[in-house]
Design a protein around this ligand. Sequence first.
Ligand SMILES: [Zn+2]
Length: 253
Amino acid sequence: MTEKAKLVHCIVDDAQLYSDEGFYLGDLAQPISNAVKADYPGAKVTSFICSHHLLKYRMSRVDSLINADLKQSQKINRKLTKALQSDNYEIRDVNEALQQSLTFGQKISDAVARFGGSWTFIFIFIVILIIWMVINGLALFGVHFDPYPYILLNLFLSCFSAIQAPIIMMSQNRAAERDRLHSENDFHVNLKSEHELRIIHAKLDHLTQNQLPHDLEVEKLQLQILGEVRSELAKLRDENTKLKEKLKQQENQ
Ligand SMILES: [Zn+2]
């Protein structure tokens, strides 16, 4: 007890004690002094509370902080679990799906388009044209059913291109369908990712804005409680040695 210590009354049990055995409400953290004021509506900033009674309020503050954080974390976790489970869109293997739905005609159109768009086809075509022209132009082997300017060849070529064009278009339609399915898959994956990202963002916000400051406050409160326990222990030790001395004196007498 220093000289500066004044005599004050604890607001809880009105016991008289020194001012260094507790705190004025004005010196306490806002949430704790609010809790005291809630229990004792007459309390003011100049009211005094002893360390012993303050312990209860500090403990309940630690409790409420931890509980609030726990609740919020659980809420966000539940949201995340729900988001992960609620997605009923199944990602399809586009190539496999298209392969299974192929009709015979589509298979042929694919094969024709594939062959028609290759160098092999171009070389074979050129060779056939040259052979046709040489045979008919020079009347080799006595054959000249389509003499210069090769009108029959012209007719064949026109028919050929007339048929080839729609076949290629069929194949292109299928390519477009494949692209559409791909982008549909992408859209759903993106949507899901964005939703999850939002929740993870909320979690991160909660961690940095609530949990971290709360953790620090809890740590501070724990240190204060620990200091309280230490001073009480010192007091007890003091009383213990005094009692022992008294006992000794009594034995000596
Ligand atoms: Zn008290």
